[in-house]
Design a protein around this ligand. Structure first.
Ligand SMILES: [Fe+2]
Length: 240
């Protein structure tokens, strides 16, 4: 499996606080059958560390890979970022300041939970105007999508990639997120499911419970497609 969305880089956001936790996350993911993790620190937020494209960010992916290799954990780190569509988003987008997923055309985007649908559409269109494909992180967590799941379904029909969070399907992120995730999955609007892990203790990168949940509750969902083939096509910059 490939995990499309994970806050595994140490000390760059509210994910892994240090290298020890990053390595524990890597080991946990690998134990559950994950071979590649896209390291996607929050980017363009109000926090001190903006995580725009930079030599130091690129060194952060490489440095973690070295430590993972030294620890003998069979896992590859791929570059990425989870870009918040707010603030200087449009200018930064035009200037190419965001790390796409493994350098591909795919850009992982997140919105504030209470964001307005018109603004979201504006952002998605702007990404496409740059020749990129938006990957919408956890659409099931946005209030407007919880109110009107059809909006996300239309996005998917227009080629926007919908990425659900493992925690939403496991019921860890509230009933509304679960209901919306389940509905989008049953309507086949979902392209991928990722851990969005921040630690090993909570919101962790172990994929076991997710696989069990898919098998028991969503027999029509294809875990190979959602957790391996689609993220692999993204990593290879292929169309979906
Ligand atoms: Fe995230």
């Amino acid at each position: 499996m490939l995990d499309l969305h994970c806050h595994i880089l140490p000390g760059l956001d509210d994910g892994a606080p240090d290298e020890a936790v990053s390595l524990a996350m890597a080991a946990m993911a690998a134990d559950s059958g994950v071979t590649h993790i896209f390291a996607t620190p929050h980017c363009n937020t109000h926090s001190e560390q903006k995580n725009y494209r930079s030599a130091s960010l690129i060194e952060a992916y490489r440095s973690l890979q070295r430590r993972i290799d030294e620890a003998g954990i069979p896992l590859k780190i791929l570059a990425g970022a989870e870009v918040l569509a707010r603030g200087s988003f449009f200018r930064r987008l035009a200037e190419g300041d965001f790390m796409t997923l493994n350098g591909s055309r795919y850009l992982l985007l997140e919105f504030y939970f209470d964001e307005a649908p018109d603004y979201m559409e504006e952002c998605l269109s702007a990404v496409e105007a740059e020749g990129l494909v938006p990957v919408v992180a956890h659409p099931e967590r946005y209030f407007c999508i919880q109110d009107r799941p059809d909006l996300a379904q239309v996005w998917a029909e227009r080629g926007r990639v919908l990425q659900l969070n493992k925690g939403s399907l496991l019921g860890d992120l509230g009933e509304r997120a679960y209901d919306t995730a389940a509905l989008l999955l049953r309507r086949e609007a979902v392209a991928a499911i990722a851990s969005d892990a921040h630690h090993v203790r909570y919101r962790n990168p172990h994929m076991g419970p997710l696989l069990q949940c898919l098998e028991q509750r969503f027999p029509n969902a294809d875990p190979v497609l959602l957790l391996r083939e689609t993220p692999l096509r993204i990593a290879k910059d292929l169309s979906l």
